[in-house]
Write a protein that binds this ligand. Structure first.
Ligand code: PLP
Length: 467
């Protein structure tokens, strides 16, 4: 019945990343209806500043009602089908992107291609610049959705650039070269490197030296750089964000071959917290690729009323400036809360300055230094503590024991509860390990009984970890 492509399991739906979501859906936490349910800490959603957008909508009803100076624009929008997008929206969008980059970089709206989210944008980019069987190098750990977005329908291969906790998971020259050689061993033609800056799942921005090493590497190998900058507006602490465009311009590389091989992916899913609106884009420096991608964008356009509404929101510069500032402040406060609570539970995090998540070090809670032990701990966190977080293996991390915990998709009370639960679980594991209370002792068992409220009937516990 199904085609070969449709049968491929590259969607990743059976990975622990998505498995945890399914368990959450069966037993979702609700402070009144289901206070012992699973707390969802898996999706990188930003719900911290909805009130700001809602109050803008309340005082700008023209935009939501699709009227302009009292006149309806409904018919105009209903018929709009130019796949190059609404010019007003594209103009506002490039200004918003420039503002996020401190106006150090300017973008030309003619080089922007609109897509239904960064998911669509990343896939379209692969279609435009790579053949099936070509490879892209990606620093690990990386966003689990990339396996689906970049590989599934395009036939592109991903080769990990292994980054290590010893230097805070930074991308080194050596790691880049090793990944390149690995691709060659596999007889793959390397087309480019894809970075996520700021990183998902690390929550860190790439430094100037790292970007310069990457640029030198791309020049030497004559390959593309794709910079997914979907979290660029979430940078809440030093060091400040450096876009790949800024790094190129600082080195005056505008007139080089590399300039036309550098592409930026962006979306409003994270910075404005609007993943449901499906607003993404690719920015190219090369007109031939702009033209091909614009035609391909026919498969995943942004609806005209969404573009219209957002062009109005983004044109209110006072609002966007205040929104970005306030949103960063709220993210910073949240991060400080979760870091302090984890520290109180004896758990550390990678130092970060951006994003909607922490990259959490639970190596000391593993029964052995293996991905099997990481999966075992992940199941405990899901079953016993009732928290859905993402194990490092689902992000292709090279070292077991790291987890991504999202902190911006829930209320403060829920975050506090999640931290109490994780603390209780960490204490239990350590007590049992220290042998003060043995596995058979009543201490462990009674604690286990109280946690059994959260025990789930997970069908696939016996499956292999996804690496
Ligand atoms: C790095 C990265 N790229 C792309 C996406 C997909 O974003 P969108 O909702 O715009 O498709 C995500 C979503 O989490 C992401 O983290």
């Amino acid at each position: 019945m199904l085609s070969r492509k449709a049968r491929l399991d590259a969607h990743g739906e059976d990975s622990s990343y998505f498995l945890g979501w399914k368990e959450y859906e069966k037993n979702a936490y609700d402070d009144v209806q289901n206070p012992t349910g699973i707390i969802q800490m898996g999706p990188a959603e930003n719900q911290l500043s909805f009130d700001l957008l809602e109050s803008w909508l309340a005082s700008n009803q023209d935009a939501a009602r699709l009227t302009k100076n009292g006149e309806s624009v409904f018919r105009e929008l209903a018929l709009f089908q130019d796949y190059r997008g609404l010019p007003d929206f594209k103009n506002e969008l490039v200004e918003f992107m420039a503002e996020i980059r401190g106006n150090k970089v300017n973008f030309d709206p003619r080089k922007l291609v609109l897509m239904a989210g960064a998911t669509s944008a990343n896939e379209t980019l692969m279609f435009c610049i790579a053949e099936s069987g070509d490879a892209f190098l990606l620093p690990t750990p990386y966003y689990p959705g990339f396996d689906r977005d970049l590989k599934w329908r395009t036939g592109v291969e991903l080769v990990p650039i292994h980054c290590s906790s010893s230097n805070g998971f930074k991308v080194t020259k050596c790691a880049l070269e090793e990944a390149y050689q690995q691709a060659h061993k596999l007889s793959l033609n390397v087309k480019g490197v894809l970075i996520t800056n700021p990183s998902n799942p690390l929550g860190t921005t790439m430094g100037r030296d790292e970007l310069n090493d990457l640029i030198d590497f791309a020049v030497a190998k004559k390959i593309h750089i794709i910079s997914d900058e979907i979290y660029s507006g979430t940078v809440f602490d030093h060091p400040s964000f450096i876009s790949i465009m800024e790094a190129l311009m600082d080195r005056k590389l505008q007139d080089t071959d590399l300039w036309s091989r550098v592409h930026i992916v962006y979306s409003l899913s994270k910075d404005l917290g609007l993943p449901g609106f499906r607003v993404g884009m690719i920015y190219f420096n090369n007109e031939t690729v702009v033209s091909a991608a614009t035609k391909m964008s026919s498969f995943g356009l942004i609806s005209s009323q969404t573009q219209y509404l957002l062009s109005k929101i983004l044109s209110d510069k006072k609002f966007t400036r205040n929104y970005l500032k306030e949103n960063r402040k709220r993210l910073k406060t949240r991060r400080e809360m979760i870091v302090a609570a984890l520290r109180n539970a004896g758990i550390g995090c990678l130092k970060s300055n951006a994003g909607l998540f922490c990259w959490v070090d639970m190596r000391h809670l593993l029964s052995s230094n293996t991905f099997d032990a990481e999966m075992e701990l992940w199941k405990k966190i899901l079953r016993e503590a009732g928290l859905n977080i993402s194990p490092g293996a689902s992000c292709h991390c090279s070292e077991p024991g790291w987890f991504r915990i999202c902190f911006a998709n829930m209320s403060e009370d829920t975050l506090n509860l999640s931290m109490q639960r994780i603390k209780a679980l960490a204490e239990k594991i350590q007590q049992c390990r220290r042998g003060r209370v043995t596995h058979q002792d009543s201490g462990c068992n009674s604690r286990r009984r109280s946690f059994s409220k959260w025990v789930l009937n997970l069908c696939s516990y016996d499956r292999e970890p996804d690496r």
